[in-house]
Unconditional design. Sequence first.
Length: 79
Amino acid sequence: MAGVYTDCDSCGWVSGEKWRKKQVINGQEAVFVFTKSRRLVVSFPESHANFYAAVRDESELADMLVMLLTFETPKANGK
């Protein structure tokens, strides 16, 4: 259990936060945080899954967001 990076102020993952958004992806809430140092941190709180990347430009930001749209958690009992 990695925890939820977007909720951990003392961890430093989201220090210098510029914006924060919530979105439902594949039926699961995702929390997106973008920092002044151009780090995108995305957490799926229900599954304790976290993703992050340093993005240099809008193209890399778009690539990261498109990749995140594919995230799915395993269904209980393989269903």
